[in-house]
Design a protein around this ligand. Structure first.
Ligand code: SF4
Ligand code: SF4
Ligand code: SF4
Ligand code: FES
Length: 946
């Protein structure tokens, strides 16, 4: 194996359509108009020396190393800033150019430490390479004069260092931060000889606006900005391209290794979701894979109040098989079930649901998508016929208006956010619909045209009001609706939406959003050109989650914003493989490809291939499994890669359900909160230790490639296979590619997918089949999958969860950039420097009324439970609304969330909980107990590791 080297073309690719032909060093070359001479030369196989140019950012023309001569033009222009022209004749290697370049390099080297042999970048330094390329043999200027060699190093960022003594002021880092990441954290401070790169105004990196995305580190041609892991471990020797296991953006990375040790994760420029960019999680937060708290040996115990006992894999697997068979013998076939994981691969998820359907003989399988995007599946399938988003991420580059509702992309989907911000800086308009003033509302060079700061729980009302304006002001795209949608449904919907109850003036009363703002946002969305909607859990996690998704679909259909680039309805999926987990048949009523279990033809196809009869009745959803456990009819569960005690609502109820079961099997990396109720713990594997695929929010199937041997002995898919075999179920797979072959055989939308195809194309967006062998970047181009688009009546029904005299504030929840979900992985990395605890955001006015000080402890109570955390006073939230993250188990925000859920899918109503907030002396009794228990678990893990 060797390092995967991606060519740096020096300047970005042109998007023009016309081709021009020129000659470079006598070689003819045809390139797109607007291409730089430097890039054209690369296309012709000629490398022009360069330092300040890199193809991730626009050319700058500062280093003067890339000079060329052009016939008929005076001087020696920089090839990076000179566009090609028809018939141009370029020379890149003349005696004059060679001399000029050597002179430039000599000046650079005269103010650069000559410690190449001990420098961490030795062998991966462009300055070193260029010195060789231009034939620099001597430096005539000594080191006695003024120089920058004594400048202090900044080690404040946990993941990379900044050594200004090595800086050549090429400004690649500054431009990467601006153009790629869109944070504008870096500047060139001072003038002339005093110029230097500075995070903020002379701040350390950690104190600055830097979000640690790593774009500047990647752009830096020297060791000025370099990963600490490279300094510690050394230069990588080989690499494997794989996919980030955090969020639904699905960024591709090169995992660069030295032996069996991971040195760094470098974003892959050919990655079609991320196009070479990354966020702090995928780029740097992989240390959890080696964390000492990771459990590597299987453990069992008879009762949950007993200590764990380490056992062999054979004993653990036998225990699982015999317990599930015993329970089924005693309590019936439907007394057991399982939960698949949106963190695991498609292949692993497919096998877990196969184990349950074909092995357990029931359909009691569900997934954590239940608690996040199940309304997306339901709503979009109803409206369009497919349970998935309509676009690829590239599509945003053609959007003119972007409506972001119930999503916080800069924190939740950072790499997509960077692409969105770039488009906004180019002039696209933004509408934000969110109770909280998320960063996108106003940040450097981005400002929303409208921020509709609605009261939590009123999404449907506001979306209806937007449609009301479109219908009543004649802004409907009637040609689109007549051609593509069911006209009768539309007419019925249009009469409903035109009713006075849906007018902005009426909706203003319930949502708190001024009517004029709603009208202006609707007009912009309907008339501003290509309009795209991006949404997140702030849409789905409501009692009207499915209705909201359908209201979004109505809005897009009514304005004809579907079926082409730049438009569409785009759910921003939370976890890395939440789309895939749903696609693979993780819901109790659906087989892979969203086909109902009661469909005889589909079921018999599975039965024939699996050699087992399948139950035609939908099984239990997660909340129903827990209810049945409390009632005594559900006794055993296999949970792969989920922590339902922390991630599901109403923690006490989840705990009661788990405690009532006779066999709880948890398969995970760490002893998570759910494992406190487990009888068998099966150590899981990380994404670095297995082969498989993840499907991101764009329906893109990305390869996950094994980078290192599983530390626990087995990849997660192998563990499921072992359980199946111990239960007498045939599962003969030598490699996950064979599981994908089976998925393709059984699932029409995956029929063309194979590992060979993925290796050939890099990734593919389903549907991928005979009709679409290269996949489907944009859906519903010629017609909706269901035939005609279906308008649904979306009546606003206020949630039963209302603020009252006793619980006067509305709590809503969300994520922060550096942490991920319940924090099991990110809390075990240096990302904790940015988020050490969950805080309660509260408006200063509400805080003052309650005597709450910034940083003071507060108790937050709902009718479900209470917890304490510290307060953060901010006007990001409106008066009457409070907000927190849920990354730390000590906070357990879900103790206060209630049992209310989406009417169609049971997705919990996490985003609206009526609460009271008051001052507190510190953690509650259960939090103290929890801390003791967590300390005990941690000790067990560490002792086991030692
Ligand atoms: S790490 Fe990212 S945000 Fe921070 S300075 Fe570099 S490019 Fe900017
Ligand atoms: S830190 Fe690196 S990328 Fe930035 S100006 Fe200095 S040498 Fe160039
Ligand atoms: S944006 Fe998401 S997929 Fe990409 S690196 Fe960050 S966490 Fe990973
Ligand atoms: S690479 Fe062209 S001026 Fe620096």
């Amino acid at each position: 194996m060797s390092l995967v080297h991606e060519i740096d073309y020096g300047t970005p690719a042109s998007k023009a359509e016309r081709t021009v032909t020129l000659s470079i060093d006598g070689r003819p070359v045809s390139v797109l108009e607007g291409t730089s001479v430097m890039r054209a030369a690369m296309d012709a196989g000629i490398q022009v020396p360069k330092l300040c140019a890199t193809d991730m950012v626009d050319a700058f023309g500062s280093c003067r190393l890339c000079l060329v001569e052009i016939a008929g033009r005076p001087g020696t222009p920089a090839s990076c800033t000179t566009p090609v022209a028809e018939g141009m004749s370029v020379s890149t290697q003349t005696p004059r150019l060679k001399q000029l370049r050597r002179g430039v390099m000599e000046l650079y080297i005269s103010d650069h430490p000559l410690d190449c042999l001990t420098c961490a970048a030795n062998g991966d330094c462009e300055l070193q390479d260029m010195a060789g390329a231009v034939g620099l043999r001597e430096v005539r200027y000594g080191y006695d004069g003024a120089n920058h060699l004594k400048q202090a190093k900044d080690n404040s960022n946990p993941y990379f260092t900044f050594d200004p003594a090595k800086c050549i002021l090429c400004s690649r880092c500054v431009r990467a931060c601006e153009e790629v990441q869109g944070t504008f954290a870096l500047t060139i401070e001072g003038r002339g000889f005093e110029s230097k790169v500075s995070p903020g105004i002379g701040e350390a990196f950690l104190e600055s606006e830097c979000v640690s995305c790593g774009a500047c580190v990647q752009a830096c041609p020297t060791a000025t900005l370099i990963e600490k892991s490279v300094i510690e471990i050394g230069q990588p020797e080989h690499s494997v391209v794989t996919t980030c296991a955090y969020c639904g953006v699905g960024c591709n990375f090169k995992a660069e290794m030295r032996g069996e040790e991971l040195v760094r994760m470098v974003p892959f420029k050919d990655g079609k979701a991320n196009r070479g960019h990354s966020c702090v999680k995928g780029r740097f937060a992989w240390g959890y894979a080696n964390h000492r708290e990771r459990i590597l040996k299987p453990m069992v115990r008879e009762r949950i109040d007993q200590p764990w006992r380490e056992v062999s894999w054979e004993e653990a697997i036998q225990r699982v098989a015999s317990e599930f068979r015993r329970i089924q013998g005693q309590y019936g076939k439907r007394s057991v079930g399982g939960i698949t994981s949106s963190r695991c691969t498609n292949e692993e998820t497919f096998l877990v649901q196969k184990l349950i359907r074909a092995g357990f003989g029931n359909n009691n399988v569900d997934t954590c998508a239940r608690v996040c995007h199940s309304p997306t599946g339901y709503g979009l399938k109803t409206a369009f016929g497919t349970s998935a988003g309509t676009q690829d991420f590239d599509s945003v580059e053609q959007a003119d208006v972007v409506l972001v509702i119930g999503a916080n992309p800069t924190d939740g989907h950072p790499v997509f956010a960077s692409r969105l911000k770039k488009r906004l800086r180019q002039g696209a308009k933004l509408v934000v619909v969110d109770p909280r003033r998320i960063d996108l509302v106003r940040m450097p060079h981005v400002e929303a045209a409208h921020h509709l700061a609605l009261r939590p729980g009123t999404n449907v009302a506001v979306l209806n009001a937007l449609s009301h304006v479109i219908v009543t002001e004649g802004l409907v795209d009637e040609a689109f609706v007549r051609a593509r949608c069911d006209w009768d449904d539309f007419s019925e919907w249009a009469s409903f939406i035109a009713e006075a109850q849906n007018s902005p003036e009426q909706v203003a009363l319930v949502s708190g959003v001024p009517a004029e703002a709603i009208r202006a946002a609707a007009r912009l969305y309907a008339t501003g050109g290509n309009a795209a909607i991006y949404y997140g859990l702030g849409v789905t996690e409501h009692s009207q989650g499915s209705t909201t998704v359908m209201a979004i679909a109505n809005l897009a259909m009514a304005t004809g914003n579907l079926g082409r680039p730049g438009v569409g309805v785009n759910p921003l999926r939370g976890q890395n493989n939440v789309q895939g987990a749903c696609d693979m048949g993780s819901f109790p009523h659906e087989l892979s490809g969203y086909r109902h279990i009661s469909d005889d033809a589909t079921r018999s196809m599975f039965e024939r291939l699996w050699g087992a009869p399948l139950d035609n009745e939908p099984g239990l959803r997660i909340p129903n499994m827990l209810d049945a456990a409390v009632d005594g009819s559900f006794k055993g569960i296999y949970i792969q890669g989920e922590d339902i005690l922390q991630s599901d609502p109403n923690t006490q109820h989840v705990a009661a359900g788990l405690a009532a079961m006779e066999c709880v099997v948890v398969q995970d990396l760490f002893l998570n909160e759910t494992a406190n109720y487990a009888h068998v713990f099966l150590p899981g594997s990380t994404f670095l230790e297995k082969d498989g695929t993840f499907t991101n929010a764009e329906r893109r199937i990305n390869r996950v490639r094994k980078v290192m041997t599983p530390k626990n002995g087995h990849a997660d898919w192998e563990i499921t296979v072992l359980i199946a075999r111990a239960m007498g179920i045939v599962m003969d797979y030598a490699h996950p590619s064979e599981v994908m072959d089976e998925i393709a055989r059984l699932t029409p939308t995956f029929a063309g997918v194979s590992y060979a195809r993925l290796d050939e194309l890099g990734s593919v967006q389903w549907p991928c089949n005979e009709a679409k062998p290269e996949g489907s970047p944009i859906m519903h181009i010629d017609g909706f999958v269901r035939g005609q688009g279906k308008f649904m009546i979306t009546e606003y029904v206020p949630t039963d969860e209302k603020s009252t005299g006793r619980f006067p504030l509305l709590l809503t929840t969300g994520r922060t950039l550096s942490q991920y979900n319940v924090g099991a992985q990110t809390r075990r990395t240096d990302n904790v420097v940015w988020h050490q605890e969950d805080r309660l955001e509260i408006h200063p006015h509400d805080a003052e009324q309650r005597g709450i000080a910034d940083g003071g402890w507060v108790k937050i109570a709902s009718r479900a439970g209470a917890t304490t955390l510290r307060a953060l006073l901010t006007d990001r939230v409106a008066p009457g609304v409070v907000y927190t993250t849920f990354h730390h188990p000590m906070t357990q925000a879900n103790v206060v969330t209630t049992e209310f859920s989406d009417w169609a899918t049971n997705c919990p109503e996490y985003k609206v909980t009526a609460v009271q907030v008051g001052t507190s002396n510190g953690p509650t009794e259960w939090q103290e107990q929890y801390r003791d228990q967590a300390d005990r678990s941690r000790r067990i893990a560490i002792e086991a590791a030692e």
